[in-house]
Write a protein that binds this ligand. Sequence first.
Ligand code: HEM
Length: 245
Amino acid sequence: MATFVDFVTRSRVWRSFFRHGMPDNPLDRSLVMTTNIFFHLHPVKVNWSSLKATYSFGLGVITTFLFAALGVTGVLLMFYYTPSVERAYSDVITLQTQVPFGQLLRNMHRWGAHLMVLAATLHMMRVFYTGAYKPPREFNWVVGVGLLILTLGASFTGYLLPWDQLSFWAITVGTSVAAYEPMMGTTVRKILLGGPEVGQGALTRFYALHVMVIPAVLFLLIGLHLWRVRKDGGLAANENAGEQK
Ligand code: HEM
């Protein structure tokens, strides 16, 4: 006798969402993976060993999650922040003291940024120690290096935005160090600061880099990075040991 569950799962509405039967056979198991926007990021077949939490510690996924969280909290911060030398500092103080959950919002963004740098670095170390940079993943390693540089760039540009003593002097020192690079140093410093010293020009440029340029390139490169993980056959552990499941 047909049950209520049978009635629902056979309905047209259900079948328009889930274009496969129960995943109790190889074909439907494959369809579950390939017809779902999130699951299709994974290969249809993976090795047991790559599913062990201790293989990757989920560090790449954690970094991706932090990037998304920073995007959301960053847009919310933009509602309250003006990138002007007269207003930046007081806007941040107002956010922390007058806006409901403003302090929490700012801290989530700041701690998220620190954690993203940490997670991306640990992720790179994990990839190195498991030898996952070897062919065919050498291109994705290079993409990863780009991601790490951009992550550090986002951190550096964001540091100036509160326009307090710490940020002002940190960027003054940071850009002065950059100027010591013998070939392009002084030019890079000028391009970054938009003038001879840290002032409105620098704040405008750092803001544009921080909220637009770097996140957009990061977004595209993370997409490329995840696509490459998929195209290279999932995590490297797949080739290293064990039977296929
Ligand atoms: C914004 C920074 C980054 C994000 C969001 C990110 C994201 C990811 C994700 C989600 C994975 C698959 C799951 C996992 O390993 O946890 C992955 C794998 C990989 N990542 Fe990254 N990654 C970043 C930075 C880097 C860096 C700095 C490197 C190295 C220089 C790198 C090289 C690789 C390689 C080679 C793989 C394949 C690993 C394997 O097959 O075992 N990634 N990444």
